[in-house]
Write a protein that binds this ligand. Structure first.
Ligand code: SF4
Ligand code: SF4
Length: 351
């Protein structure tokens, strides 16, 4: 069995923004149920022992935690490369200086759009865009490498070239342009977010033209695809996430698969969760696969696609991802594209 390469540490679900595509689960974890600093410290030590090389300190908004500096120090002391994935609106020079001293290696800053009005409508937080610009400047002044993350969809794709220009102007070494993946909040907002085929083709042209001037990672949407992506490089193969309440997950969206029981770090070690938990072993390898994946030449290339998407669109996580044209459920994607007509968001919020 492979060792996981990276640990996604979802430190909290709290966030000042309310993005309608947020990858956090529909049922958000409250602060009172979050892991403590000491528990996170144990997670990092066990992750390093398991073979993880890096951790993404994420959320929600990770800097919403008062102990973010201690958590960063614990990850660094465990020997992990530390990447802060942040909306940037709570970062100031003093906090960044303490994070840098604690061993922070890299910052990924999310932007909702290059246009301030549209960005703040999407993120649901007035004043956020200017704070992000300041955060980018502070990260550069601290000498940390900066990646800009832009989640793209029907409501901001018309500004993609401007987003690329913004990433350059803000001093990013890398830009991640990720089309929305539809589960959780994004699935609830799918009708407002799905791009048209023309938008997708234009976005791909713009990204390809900009490559070379800036390193761009491009994540394409499934709804216009004929074959699925190798989600997470295969379930329980390379990736490990720990949710704010300590649930250990093979993928950050796995809690959307209702009925699956995930191990919790308060009851088990990360080693036992990774190697022995039934939830991790459920979709490893190819033996679990149904037709048409069983025996397909791409079975060990795309691993049957995304289990969360299969569950969201067919009600059974063991089905072939409907993004595959060979899936008997493939038509649900075309139906969704046809019906996507609203421009109104349902914002992320605690229930
Ligand atoms: S996607 Fe938006 S709401 Fe969700 S954690 Fe990131 S900034 Fe916050
Ligand atoms: S049938 Fe399964 S393994 Fe084959 S291409 Fe489709 S999703 Fe991939």
């Amino acid at each position: 069995m492979n060792a996981p390469l990276a640990l996604l540490a979802e430190l909290t679900h709290r966030c000042p923004l309310r993005c309608p595509y947020c990858s956090n689960p529909a049922e958000l974890t409250r602060a009172s149920a979050e892991l403590t600093t000491a528990e996170w410290s144990r997670v990092f030590t066990e992750a390093a022992a398991l073979g993880c090389l890096q951790t993404h300190l994420s959320g929600g908004e990770p800097t919403a935690r008062r102990d973010i500096v201690d958590i960063t120090a614990a990850a660094h002391q465990a020997g992990l490369y530390t990447n802060l994935i942040t909306a940037g609106v709570l970062l100031d020079a003093a906090l960044l200086s303490r994070l840098t001293a604690a061993g922070l290696d890299h910052v990924q800053l999310s932007v909702q759009d290059a246009d301030t009005t549209n960005a703040e409508n999407i993120g649901g937080m007035p004043g956020a865009h200017a704070r992000k610009r300041t955060a980018a400047q502070l990260v550069r002044e601290a000498g940390l490498p900066l990646t800009i993350n832009a989640v793209v969809h029907r409501q901001n794709l018309h500004n993609l070239q401007a987003i690329i220009d913004l990433a350059r102007a803000w001093g990013a070494a890398r830009l991640e342009v990720a089309h929305v993946q539809y589960y959780g909040w994004a699935l609830a907002n799918r009708d407002a977010l799905l791009p048209t085929r023309a938008q997708l083709d234009e976005a791909t042209r713009i990204v390809n033209a900009a490559r070379g001037e800036l390193r761009i990672d491009y994540v394409v949407p499934d709804y216009h695809a004929h074959r699925p992506k190798p989600c997470m490089g295969g379930w329980g193969s390379r990736f490990l996430a720990v949710a704010p309440n300590g649930d250990v997950l093979p993928c950050h969206a796995a809690q959307s698969i209702t009925g699956m029981v995930f191990p919790n770090i308060r009851d088990t070690s990360l080693h036992d969760a990774w190697h022995h938990a039934p939830a991790f072993n459920r979709f490893r390898g190819t033996a679990w696969m149904p037709a048409p994946c069983q025996g397909c030449e791409r079975a060990e290339i795309d691993w049957g696609g995304c289990r969360c998407q299969a569950f969201a669109l067919t009600g059974d996580a063991a089905n072939t991802d409907p993004a595959c044209a060979l899936s008997p459920h493939h038509a649900v994607l075309a139906d969704a594209l046809e019906k996507a007509a609203t421009n109104t968001f349902r914002y992320r919020e605690f229930s």
